[in-house]
Design a protein around this ligand. Structure first.
Ligand code: GAL
Length: 673
């Protein structure tokens, strides 16, 4: 792996396609980029057709000119490998490169990302293209990093071509050895789905009723691996030719098709396309959670490789980022560990589907609010350079498991309303609102660095998790989990003996029954005495587990239904630590004080007290603390800074005590430990 951390500068720029404009526009672009302080642009992402107009012809001259112009202007290139959009001649000459949908219908050429990840022709010709690009630009002074493909699997989540089906059968054969082993492991005897010959096995395509869920899970794992192979094939070539140049590929916001924890191993640093909806009702924790996931993938800073300067073009109605919000959200990214800020796109396109997607330079040109805000942000950014590489301070971790995300949602019943990410958000947002920063970690990360580990809706328990979490709690940690946890193993087979299966001892309870609630139904939690911070009654929804306590202590009981008075929130002492179980989905009014208290018991305090809507996060490095205060309100607020003298990195003034923050304003303050 190339050594890339910390990044040399805080990157700032956007997706750049000067080849789509008259030649003279590039000189104008350079002037404007310098004015804004752009130091990195993403190029060549979708230009395979322009580089290779037919199988025997290569036309690199236009790209040479872009690279030379960038170098002459001191701007770096995040160089795309151009494999994300296949040329028309490729589909015409080798139709096998076209993917097939779950009904067996082929896709046709005509947009982008329309390739079968398992097509040998696609693999062969894309490898040739990547090699040519890498050889040509390996010593070019503008080359800063490689951008592999683009948002792999975004458009074609799953391919059902004959090529892929055959490969899936081989994959299963290698995994299980014999059909009977697979029948047993997946439970294919159910509905008589037994397989006796490998060529009887089908992926989860259009069929009359529900597909076996274990098969579905392994199909998702298989597809994840196929796309990883696509990325790795490119990465291997790039590493061979330019071992010093870092490699990334843009991951997607709130995207569940790929297991990004596995992908993190492939790349040198994580980057992400981040497009939260600027609608007024969206929660500021939404982007924070995505940033925490991206930082967690490699446990290191990451890069916001695509943000919208203002509106996107692919929502029902595309709301603008109001004045100041682009800067605020970029600073929020910086607070949560992003060391780069690029935007889709530099100059608004005049053709095609993305004409009305915002750009750093809109159709109206430089005399615009959006460009002026870009200039302000870009010019200020170097003042935050010392933040690069610093770590976000978090004593609380939330567990995210992609396999679990897939299965908990596709299993028919108990409720189709189960949304893994929404449940994770409930816990993340409650802590976010208390200014308690969280890391997002996979199930197999070392827990010992944390004081509190929260695993909402951990339906699937993988081998090793029980032992690791028991050790963590036994030695003093706090674990929190929820309803519908500890239900199945890694093949989606239910643990016999009742839930929470392997976590029963740790939690000191069994689930006797569960009930899914209709969307309009509510139950309530009635607090028992003696839990500091939370008292009285709170609403709950979605789900109720009916528990038998086997050592755990009840903290709250249900207020309604035939299980009224039965425990709804419990705690179990296990060794030196505690394990909490929340048997329903409580209202935030409960989760906030509950989690605050759980954290307080472990000595985890909020970063600082702030008015509602003001977020506080700390990054730290070499004894220095960077306190980020982000006012997500469209109104000014007054705030009391934590004790000490604080140096404002942007205004370069010292601050202390009570200060005012304007609407959607940020403060980035340096203090000594
Ligand atoms: C990204 C994609 C870009 C552009 C952008 C628009 O997902 O990588 O090419 O389409 O969305 O929001």
């Amino acid at each position: 792996m190339t050594q890339v951390q910390p990044l040399p500068e805080l990157y700032f720029g956007g997706d750049y396609t000067p080849e789509h404009f008259p030649r003279e526009v590039m000189a104008e672009d350079m002037r404007l980029m310098k004015q804004a302080g752009v130091n990195l642009v993403t190029i060549n992402v979708f230009s395979w057709a322009q580089l290779q107009p037919n199988e025997d012809t290569w036309t690199f001259e236009w790209l040479d000119e872009i690279m030379d112009t960038l170098a002459a202007n001191g701007i770096g290139a995040d160089m795309g490998t151009a494999t994300a959009s296949t040329p028309a001649w490729l589909a015409k000459k080798y139709p096998e490169i076209l993917p097939v949908d779950e009904k067996g219908l082929p896709f046709h050429h005509g947009s982008r990302q329309t390739f079968n990840p398992n097509s040998p022709k696609y693999r062969q010709l894309s490898a040739l293209l990547v090699r040519k690009i890498a050889e040509r630009y390996k010593d070019h002074p503008a080359l800063r990093m490689w951008h592999v493909n683009n948002e792999l699997s975004h458009q074609v989540n799953y391919d059902y071509s004959e090529i892929t089906i055959r490969k899936f059968r081989e994959w299963c054969k290698a995994r299980f050895g014999a059909c009977e082993k697979m029948n047993q492991t997946w439970g294919l005897h159910f509905w008589g789905n037994n397989i006796y010959e490998w060529d009887e096995l089908m992926p989860p395509m259009r069929t009359a009723h529900q597909v076996n869920t274990s098969l579905l899970l392994d199909w998702k794992r298989f597809t994840n691996e196929c796309y990883m192979e696509v990325a790795k094939a490119e990465i291997d070539i790039l590493r061979e030719i330019t071992p010093e140049i870092p490699i990334t590929t843009n991951f997607l916001y709130e995207f569940k098709t790929l297991d990004y924890f596995q992908w993190a191993e492939l790349v040198d640093f994580i980057s992400v396309s981040s497009f939260p909806d600027p609608k007024v009702a969206s929660h500021p924790g939404e982007a924070a959670l995505s940033h925490d996931i991206m930082r967690g993938l490699k446990d290191r800073p990451f890069v916001l490789l695509e943000q919208a300067p203002s509106q996107v073009n692919w929502r029902l109605a595309n709301v603008n980022k109001k004045p100041g919000v682009m800067r605020l959200w970029s600073h929020q990214g910086l607070a949560h560990g992003s060391d780069g800020f690029l935007f889709f796109q530099w100059r608004a396109s005049v053709h095609g589907s993305e004409k009305f997607h915002s750009a750093m330079v809109p159709h109206v040109g430089e005399n615009s609010r959006v460009f002026r805000e870009m200039v302000q942000f870009g010019q200020e950014l170097p003042q935050c350079k010392e933040v690069i590489g610093s770590r976000v301070k978090a004593d609380v971790a939330i567990v995210l498991d992609y396999n679990n995300w897939w299965t908990v949602e596709f299993t028919p019943g108990p409720t189709a309303l189960l949304d893994y990410l929404e449940n994770l958000k409930a816990y993340h947002y409650a802590l976010f609102e208390e200014n308690v920063t969280t890391d997002i970690i996979p199930v197999d990360r070392d827990f010992s660095r944390y004081k509190v580990v929260i695993a909402p809706l951990l339906y699937m328990i993988k081998p090793g998790f029980k032992e690791a979490v028991e050790k963590f709690v036994a030695t003093g940690g706090t674990f929190v989990t929820t309803f519908f946890s500890g239900v199945v193993n890694e093949f989606d087979e239910v643990f016999s003996g009742g839930y929470p299966g392997p976590l029963s001892d740790l939690l000191g309870l069994k689930v006797e029954e569960f009930e899914a609630m209709k969307p309009y139904v509510r139950n309530s939690l009635i607090m028992n005495d003696g839990f500091p911070g939370a008292s009285g009654e709170y609403e709950s929804s979605l789900w109720c587990d009916i528990l038998q306590l086997q050592g755990a202590k009840s903290l709250a009981v249900y207020g309604d239904d035939y299980f009224k008075g039965r425990p709804a929130v419990t705690v179990n002492t296990f060794g030196e630590g505690r394990a909490y179980y929340v048997a329903t989905l409580p209202d935030p009014a409960f989760l906030r004080p509950f989690l605050k208290q759980v954290c307080a018991e472990q000595g985890v305090d909020p970063v600082c007290e702030t008015p509602t809507g003001v977020e506080a996060v700390v990054r730290e490095q070499d004894g220095r603390r960077y306190l980020f205060l982000l006012n997500h309100n469209y109104a000014a607020v007054d705030i009391t800074l934590p004790d000490g003298n604080w140096f404002d990195l942007i205004t370069e003034k010292m601050m202390m005590g009570r200060v005012s923050m304007g609407s959607v304003e940020t403060l980035i303050l340096k203090g000594d430990d």
